[in-house]
Design a protein around this ligand. Structure first.
Ligand code: MG
Length: 439
């Protein structure tokens, strides 16, 4: 039930008021006494929030309600309010009919696998001890979370001399970004700034397809930078001053270069581009690869040697600030970088870029199939990594074969230093999968 993103799915079937009450009870049964709750603007957020708060208080826990906030704001608020657990009611970038519940520790990290498992067991059992009539928990509202987050961003980032930024909030919870950028000295224009849980302006996920209006607007004006968030603003993607939407790997390389120095480590998932390795090698840093998912990047980023963690989907982590992917912080860091060293299109053009090929194959029994793929890969190649799927690294590139988490698909990614190398790596990966299907 609890995936890496917590509970997520359609309201009323997958994610119900009953489930929210039981999760509230489970969080207290797991030891929490003070619980901070936030939500994104989805129409079903308030009723799930009420249910979750009721479950916590019925069990004797106290609730601090932050109202509608960005997910990184909620993640930071757990420590700010000396709470034990944070609960964010969000389905991130999913369609408006979905909602979800994601749990956070005081260190600003989402619950890891072990902790999610414990909560899932408690939810399943639903054995709970209601508090005595005179010991039910309290609920207080805290309306300063967003202002405090904005101040933390302004403290963490260099002021901007002169930069014009367009922020596409996508009707989500990311209004904080405009405030933080203005406080840093940017002139800011917003698109779709009104929070609206129906997401009427564009799909909530900030993909290139969804960001056409932002691209056109930035290209048509003298803006230096466009910023786009998802519904709960943990993610941030970008449009350069010419209206181009760069790949997430390019942004990752840019942030990695800005954060790392000699001997520093950057964490990123194992499907990250070679461009990031190259950029770090130039400055004496190195890349460590994790399982795919921002929670795994955060887990590695928690260790002392890591100065930055990123996932090309738009999750950016500066562990000295917080272990939560923080879209508004990323927007501010990028604004400062572009102001100092821009224009952004030129910064991106300096980065290496390699041909990448991504395709999916429909399969039955993906688990067994992946076991066969792993066995054969180990027989055929040196440099096989089976942390998450099967990744083969060679001098001229790499390929990754990985089962989809949710669909009957196996995904192949191949990246080589030349077109020919990419084609060859892709063909080898595909042959490995096809052999396994036949076998
Ligand atoms: Mg999100």
């Amino acid at each position: 039930m609890f995936g890496t993103s917590g509970v997520r799915g359609q309201f009323g079937t997958d994610v119900t008021v009953d489930l929210a009450v039981v999760i509230g009870r489970a969080v207290v049964a797991d030891g929490a006494e003070r619980v901070v709750i936030g939500r994104d603007p989805r129409t079903t957020g308030p009723v799930l929030r009420d249910a979750l708060s009721a479950g916590v208080r019925e069990s004797g826990g106290d609730v601090i309600d932050c109202g509608m906030v960005a997910t990184p704001t909620l993640a930071r608020a757990v420590a700010w309010r000396d709470a034990d657990v944070g609960v964010m009611i969000t389905a991130s970038h999913n369609p408006p009919e979905d909602n979800g519940i994601k749990l956070w520790t005081p260190s600003g990290m989402a619950f890891d696998e072990a902790r999610r498992g414990r909560i899932a067991e408690l939810v399943e059992a639903d054995e709970y001890a209601p508090a005595d009539w005179d010991a039910v928990g309290t609920e207080t509202a805290w309306s300063d979370a967003t202002a405090r987050h904005r101040d933390a961003i302004v403290d963490a980032v260099d002021p901007v001399e002169e930069l014009s930024v367009v922020v596409d909030v996508g009707n989500g919870a990311g209004g904080i970004t405009a405030g933080a950028l203005r406080a840093l000295g940017c002139s800011v224009e917003t698109l779709n700034a009104e929070p609206d849980g129906r997401f009427p302006s564009r799909p909530s996920e900030p993909t290139e397809e969804a960001c056409g209006t932002l691209q056109a607007h930035v290209a048509a004006t003298d803006a230096d930078l466009g910023i786009a968030h998802d519904g709960d603003s943990d993610r941030m993607m970008v449009v350069d001053e010419t209206g181009q939407f760069p790949a997430g790997d390019a942004l990752l390389a840019l942030f990695a270069r800005g954060a790392a120095g000699d001997g520093d480590v950057v964490a990123a998932p194992l499907n990250t581009s070679l461009a990031v390795d190259d950029v770090l090698a130039e400055i004496g840093g190195s890349l460590v690869r994790t399982r795919v998912g921002d929670v795994f990047v955060a887990e590695r980023a928690r260790e002392d040697d890591v100065v930055f963690g990123g996932e090309p989907s738009g999750a950016w982590i500066w562990p000295d600030e917080t272990l939560a992917p923080d879209g508004p912080l990323a927007a501010a860091k990028l604004a400062a970088l572009v102001d100092r060293e821009g224009p952004l299109s030129e910064l991106l053009a300096e980065l290496p870029s390699y041909p990448l090929r991504r395709e999916s194959i429909e399969v039955e029994g993906k688990r067994n199939l992946m076991e066969t793929v792993a066995t054969r890969a180990h027989e055929e190649y040196d440099g096989v990594e089976s942390l998450d799927g099967v990744r083969v690294e060679r001098e001229d590139g790499w390929f990754l074969v990985r089962a989809s988490g949710t669909q009957p698909l196996v995904r192949i990614t191949a990246e080589g230093r030349t077109e020919a190398a990419t084609a060859e790596l892709y063909d080898e990966a595909r042959a490995l999968v096809e052999d396994a299907i036949e076998g």
